[in-house]
Design a binder for this molecule. Sequence first.
Ligand SMILES: Nc1ncnc2c1ncn2[C@@H]1O[C@H](COP(=O)(O)OP(=O)(O)O)[C@@H](O)[C@H]1O
Ligand SMILES: [Mg+2]
Length: 134
Amino acid sequence: MAEPLLSLKGITRTYGSGDTPQTVLDNVSLDIHPGEMVAIMGASGSGKSTLMNIMGCLDTATSGTYLFAGRDVSQMSPDERAALRREHFGFISSANSCLAITMRWALSRSPASMPHPGRATGGGFRIDWSSGWG
Ligand SMILES: Nc1ncnc2c1ncn2[C@@H]1O[C@H](COP(=O)(O)OP(=O)(O)O)[C@@H](O)[C@H]1O
Ligand SMILES: [Mg+2]
């Protein structure tokens, strides 16, 4: 099989230090090949966002190796990592997913039953985007 596009080997991520360090990712290894569709699922707090932040070069692992197209991301310059983020990764934040769910919820209910921050304008809704649902 061709070389993986993303390859994580023995990735760990520990938050904090001193008396209460928290290891959120413990020895995660994962290969993703070009064209593969992968879903990372787990309970809230299980480390999905932590892993995605590392894969998207927004954060770095505490230990382990992350190769992008065969290149060790930790050896890249900040500019090279920024170029990867700009040209290869796209994020849809969970806040937006939440908004989509909120919109669907809103459209299935009457204006009067809708909680903050939606409110009725005429026959429809106006969602207050600035109030933050995520
Ligand atoms: N920046 C951070 N500093 C300290 N702890 C964090 C940080 N980000 C996440 N955590 C902790 O790491 C754990 C996993 O969080 P997260 O990766 O957001 O999980 P998920 O996305 O699966 O809900 C949680 O216990 C969370 O409190
Ligand atoms: Mg998350």
